[in-house]
Design a protein around this ligand. Structure first.
Ligand code: FPP
Length: 243
């Protein structure tokens, strides 16, 4: 009997390569980001259809502010456009949208849209779509550490109460399972300050394909590769691990 394919509960994607995709076509980098958004649409719908529970996408890192001002504004404008255009469709597909990152640096228009979009979809029970925006893995750990320190200073907890579980409770996405599979497109083999805490036991899949060219079948290939990995979580081989 063939073993049934295991679908990872939580997949996180570093969508790299939009700029190069555009340059290869002698077009502006922003055209690459637009093409990237098309790939996002397809991959989100596919993830929902195969019952992935949580999909986390790295849309804008805390380091992306270093890009030329024009590109930063184009990326933010694309984000606003995507929120406006896609939120109804996401809602009708039972997707819950959740933004992770320090949104306080965004303008009021974008902050309000984010709050509204989250509010609209908060009770949806299908795919959770986390969009990392002005997110950095180190920022995430720091903001949790600050909350822990504040709780100690205010006498609410003692230093010994800072267990892994308690620290995790203040991290972004603490309500969701840890990431099972990280995918990075665009041919680089690094994590670029994306999730750090949440990927302690993740499997990694790297591909040279540029993000706008990423397809359902490549997503399937990543999941198939994930199925061939033996996850031990620091222990020994366990036949009972279903996934
Ligand atoms: C990396 O490619 C991609 C980004 C910094 C932005 C990702 C944004 C999208 C896919 C579109 C918008 C998505 C949402 C969810 C609204 P790069 O520019 O670093 O490419 P390069 O390495 O080829 O220069």
């Amino acid at each position: 009997m063939t073993k049934e394919r295991c679908i990872p509960s939580h997949v996180a994607i570093i969508m790299d390569g939009n700029g190069r995709w555009a340059q290869q076509r002698n077009q502006l980098r922003t055209i690459g980001h637009r093409a990237g958004l098309k790939a996002v649409r397809k991959i989100v719908m596919y993830a929902a259809s195969i019952n992935i529970k949580v999909l986390t996408l790295y849309a804008f890192s805390s380091e992306n502010w270093k890009r030329p001002e024009k590109e930063v504004s184009a990326l933010l404008a694309l984000f606003i456009y995507a929120l406006n255009r896609e939120i109804k469709k996401l809602n009708s597909h039972n997707v819950r949208l959740n933004i992770i990152g320090d949104i306080s640096r965004f303008n009021n228009e974008l902050q309000n849209m984010i709050i509204k979009a989250q509010q609209l979809t908060k009770d949806n029970s299908g795919l959770v779509l986390n969009i990392a925006a002005n997110y950095g893995g180190r920022w995430d750990i720091l903001q949790s550490a600050k909350k822990m320190a504040t709780q100690v200073v205010e006498g609410k907890i003692s230093v010994d109460d800072i267990t892994e579980d308690h620290f995790n409770s203040a991290m972004s996405m603490s309500e969701f399972p840890d990431v099972d599979l990280v995918i990075r497109t665009g041919g680089e083999y690094r994590i670029s300050n994306f999730l750090l805490w949440q990927i302690a036991y993740s499997e990694f899949y790297f591909t040279d394909v540029l993000w706008p060219d990423f397809t359902q079948s490549l997503f399937d290939e990543a999941i198939n590769k994930f199925n061939n990995r033996e996850r031990r979580f620091g222990g020994v081989r366990n036949e009972d691990h279903t996934c």
